[in-house]
Design a protein around this ligand. Structure first.
Ligand code: UGA
Length: 430
């Protein structure tokens, strides 16, 4: 099939390369000039495992091309897919500017009909409304909702081995076409109506966020009663009805999706006069967890002023260079405002460069050991394996005080304490 994907972000680019790799001719439209330049030169605009090779492979086979504008896309397109970002604006409301401008571009195309698949996360009801909008002058567009469930850091694997493909449509023809498109991936497919499909996306992310906040809430109680959250979760997870995924306690979730989608769902509930107590509590708990480490540090020293704090890992999770809504940003801001010096190390250069732009006063270290030099405390914010593998025997000589606050509970207490470090985890009260 000939597919046109609009938006070369994580969703659009990964989907585009995967669809090209299974035999479709794909054109990706990207407005950002720098991104487009990189893609035309076979370079990935962001880090994602396995994507460099895949991009090069499909380009060599001439299965993918990149354009800056929809009007430049050649040939008859079987399916248009929209995967532009729908971030939250300053007021916490979903910003549909990029999405709406693509819809206007589509509406000004010369063709009178087409299939538009919406992969961007959009408020419930959008796919239906867009179809009405595109057809207001008598055109015959059909929209479908096909949300994405990939995670950054494992985006390619999550797409190829998707645990489900959700197709929201009220057209049998479109359902069959999309089934045919995805069939080579051999993944489970669920066909529903468009609003249900859009809700599946929101409910899934809200549930994942709720699991994390639940574990975080229990972790605080664990500290009070002398229990270890890691073993509590292990014990809970032995019940297959509960499972252990997304119950990792720590400084809470970040990234461009969980917070945004939760907040968007809460807005939908507010508009519909529905009280969503669990969703609101999930947000509150996450906000509290974020500041746990700097508050604890302040408690330990009675101040932050004059301290040197080493922060290891700043991306919102390992395997990505993304800093969007990363807890590290709130933590750095608070520590700086309270008068401490900050030394940062992250394995991703791009993330280090971006954080330096946001906070010019921080020191970006060459490696973990450089970051630890003279530190009064080490804050672990992202569970990169490079950080896990630190030689603590070597590290203990570099620091000013042997104190580790592990915001991801990823170190083994004994491995650290044997080198004289004081270890403070989250919810590890036993
Ligand atoms: C999330 C969902 O997991 C994907 O299924 C979804 O497709 C995606 O949003 C999206 O809507 O596009 P992502 O934002 O890439 O994916 O990241 P996650 O792996 O969900 O992690 C989010 C945050 O939760 C990270 O900061 C991570 O450190 C944190 N987390 C995760 C925890 O604090 N505890 C856990 O047990 C798991």
């Amino acid at each position: 099939m000939k597919i046109c994907i609009i938006g070369a972000g994580y969703v659009g680019l990964v989907t585009g390369c995967v669809l090209a790799n299974i035999g479709n001719k794909v054109t990706v439209v990207e407005k950002n000039k720098e991104k487009l330049r990189m893609l035309k030169n076979n370079q990935m605009p962001f880090f994602e495992e396995g994507m460099d090779e895949l991009l090069n492979g499909v380009k060599e086979k001439n299965m993918i091309e990149f354009e800056s504008n929809l009007k430049e896309v050649k040939g008859i397109i079987d399916i248009y897919m929209i995967s532009v970002g729908t971030p939250l604006n300053q007021e916490g409301i979903i910003d549909m500017t990029a999405f709406n401008s693509v819809i206007d571009e589509i509406s000004s195309l010369s063709c009178n009909s087409g299939i538009l698949v919406i992969k961007s996360t959009v408020p419930i009801g959008t796919s239906t409304l867009i179809e009405e909008y595109l057809n207001r002058g008598g055109k015959r567009w059909v929209t479908a909702s096909n949300p994405e469930f990939l995670r950054q850091g494992s985006a390619l694997k999550d797409t190829i081995e998707a645990n489900r493909i959700i197709i929201g449509t009220n057209s049998n023809k479109v359902a069959k076409l999309l089934e045919r498109l995805y069939r080579p991936l051999k993944r489970p497919i669920l066909i529903v109506d468009r609003n249900t499909s859009e809700m599946i996306k929101y409910a899934s992310n809200a549930f994942l966020a709720t699991k994390i906040s639940f574990a975080n809430e229990i972790s605080i109680l664990c500290e009070k009663v002398g229990a270890d959250i890691k073993m509590v979760v292990k014990g809970m997870a032995m019940d297959p009805r509960i499972g252990g995924d997304f119950l990792g306690a720590g400084i809470g979730y970040g990234g461009s999706c969980l917070s945004k989608d939760l907040s968007s769902l809460i807005n939908t509930a507010n508009k519909n006069n529905v009280e969503v107590a669990i969703l609101k509590a999930t947000e509150t708990v996450n906000q509290r967890q974020r500041m746990l480490l700097p508050y604890r540090l302040k408690e330990i020293y009675g101040r932050l002023k004059g301290l040197t704090v080493a922060l290891l890992g700043i991306t919102f999770k390992p395997g990505t260079d993304d800093l969007r809504d990363a807890p590290s940003l709130d933590i750095i801001r608070y520590i700086i405002e309270n008068g401490a010096d900050v030394r940062v190390y992250d394995p991703q250069d791009r993330a280090c460069k971006n954080v330096k732009n946001l906070f010019p006063e921080i020191y970006i270290a060459k490696d973990c050991y450089d970051a630890l030099s003279g530190a009064d405390a080490i804050l672990l914010l992202t569970e990169w394996s490079e950080i896990k593998d630190i030689n603590w025997k070597k590290a203990r000589k570099l620091v000013n005080r042997r104190l580790i606050l592990d915001g991801r509970n990823f170190l083994e207490i004994e491995d650290i304490e044997k080198y004289g470090f004081k270890y403070v985890g989250v919810g590890r009260g036993a």
